[in-house]
Design a protein around this ligand. Structure first.
Ligand code: NAP
Length: 293
């Protein structure tokens, strides 16, 4: 099994490369400038030349606030480029594993969202990712869409790294406490993706194509996530502040965010036997890795 990952420098692409090398899985990443997802011909040529067993799309336009004013750019990468990628995978008759988001929902549900719940994104990024899901489903039957949320890792920019940086300079850090979700450690998501890729490349996967919710176990508000980061950091001897709860209205951002980002992962576990570890386990691993680096 050879896997082609679209995207190279992002949190998930780097976690996939790391997990594959640790597990002896043949995996190649392809990202800008060599491979631009917006260039449909280059993408199709890469798939034709490399003849992978499966493709994982880890590339996306992920600047949630900027997307409000760069709607075309967000749709170009998150929707139209995904359709071209799906068509190339359909032509090669190989599975495409694609990552989507909790932001396809409006957050008004009181329970965790299941895959069949009505979608209704409340920001441009969410609308672009939803369009990507829809175009992919229409273009290629052999797909697995994994909706994830609140991704953090030792790589790139993310909430955990921001909190370690900001917490080191302030005694009190105000953090939104009325949005609830499941922080997802990118290396845990990467391991899940590799297991899913293995499963759909072997045996009879016809029952498995579809959309799945894939987040870390457990849940938290952003403020609780921040406090856990500070507590773990202190165990490592870091001098960090305290998280002080505020409301979303006290922290206005260009893009609205759902109050409830929790995703029910039961279907993933039932169909693939895959369950991500608790987000606190990931937070511990991530902070230890950052401190030891
Ligand atoms: N981060 C989250 O909290 C979160 C939450 C829910 C869902 N997701 C989804 O999870 C997936 C992985 O996210 P992530 O956190 O790993 O994102 P990330 O760290 O922001 O990385 C995004 C990657 O996409 C690449 N990319 C963007 N445009 C490209 C293009 N035209 N051609 C090739 N590569 C391109 C970027 O490459 P450059 O370095 O060249 O820009 C970067 O490597 C995405 O589908 C995202 O929508 C993320």
């Amino acid at each position: 099994m050879t896997i082609l990952v679209i995207g190279e420098s992002g949190q998930l692409a780097r976690s996939l490369a790391q997990a594959a090398s640790e597990n002896g899985i043949a995996l190649a990443t392809a990202g800008r400038p060599k491979l631009d997802l917006l260039d449909a011909d280059t993408v199709a040529a890469a798939i034709k030349d490399m003849r992978p067993s499966a493709v994982i799309n880890a590339a996306a336009y992920t600047a949630v606030d900027k997307a409000e004013t760069e709607v075309d750019a967000a749709f170009a990468i998150n929707a139209h480029a995904v359709e071209h990628l799906a068509l190339a995978c359909a032509k090669a008759d190989i599975p495409l594993l694609h990552i989507s988001t909790d932001y396809v929902f409006d957050g008004s549900k009181s329970q965790p969202y299941v895959e069949t719940d009505a979608v209704s994104p409340i920001n441009a990024y969410g609308r672009s990712k939803l369009a990507g899901e829809q175009l992919l489903r229409a273009a290629h039957r052999k797909h697995v869409i994994l909706r994830t949320a609140w991704v953090y890792s030792p790589y790139g920019n993310n909430f955990l790294k921001t909190m370690l940086r900001v917490g080191a300079t302030r005694r009190e850090v105000t953090v939104v406490d009325d949005q609830r979700g499941s922080p997802t450690y990118a290396p845990h998501l990467a391991s899940a993706l590799l297991a899913i890729a293995h499963r759909v490349c072997n045996g009879n996967p016809d029952e498995l194509w579809g959309t799945y919710h894939t987040t870390g176990c457990g849940e938290a508000t952003w403020c609780q996530f921040a406090q856990e980061i500070f507590d773990i950091g202190r165990e490592h001897g870091l001098n960090l502040g305290t998280a002080v709860p505020i409301t979303t209205s006290q922290y206005p951002t260009p893009a609205r965010r759902p109050a409830n980002s929790r995703l029910d992962n039961a279907l993933l576990q039932q169909r693939f036997g895959v369950k991500l570890p608790d987000w606190r386990v990931g937070a511990r691993e991530c902070i230890a890795q950052l401190i030891n680096a």
